[in-house]
Design a protein around this ligand. Structure first.
Ligand SMILES: [Zn+2]
Length: 189
């Protein structure tokens, strides 16, 4: 399956100068938020590019009820549908602790953590040996708390839409990585 992150797709579309990408670029340069319509266009383009045989995981989308409705339309137009919605249940303080400590290899994107997963050899990536690492500027406590309250206000309310379809599964996101992975694999069958 291919992971589709709306942020990554948006940046890629802008870089590739697709019609939708150019529209997004103009909006962002004006300091405005990219509309649902533009995001929908980008997702549709990417799905067409991948073809209907490729499974996808939506990451960071849909975040609002309007986006959930758009996603249904995007998928329906292509004869596709959502098979599973997975809710990872986590304690908010633990989430802040995890997010504020994370960093990745600047070269291969291997993930690390200040407290839970330091490279075996200090300052060098386990996977590729690179000594350059990066952190997301929005991985600070204040931003994470704001994201959580936005999640509660705008995103959590769309779960009942999917619950009514019987496609929501819950996974204990506080378990260790191997357990969470196994639980998700079991759901995806
Ligand atoms: Zn690396």
């Amino acid at each position: 399956m291919v992971q589709l992150s709306t942020g990554d797709m948006l940046r890629a579309a802008v870089k590739a100068q697709t019609p939708v990408g150019l529209k997004a670029k103009a909006v962002m340069e004006a300091g405005e938020l990219v509309s649902d319509e533009i995001v929908s266009g980008i997702i549709g383009d990417r799905l067409d590019e991948l073809g209907s045989e490729t499974g996808v995981i939506f990451d960071g989308y849909p975040r609002t009820q309007a986006q959930a409705i758009s996603l249904d339309a995007i998928l329906e137009a292509r004869g596709r549908k959502l098979d599973h919605v997975i809710e990872l249940e986590v304690d908010e303080d633990a989430l802040v602790d995890r997010i504020t400590g994370r960093f990745t290899c600047a070269k291969c994107n291997e993930g690390y953590h200040d407290r839970y997963k330091q490279p075996a050899e200090e300052g060098a990536c386990d996977a590729c040996g690179s000594t350059e690492f990066k952190r997301r500027p929005d991985d600070n406590e204040e931003t994470v708390r704001t994201r959580m309250s936005e999640y509660r206000a705008k995103t959590a309310p769309i779960l009942p839409i999917y619950e009514a379809r019987g496609i929501v599964s819950r996974v204990d996101g506080m378990a260790d990585i191997a357990k969470v992975t196994a639980a998700i694999k079991a759901i995806l069958g």
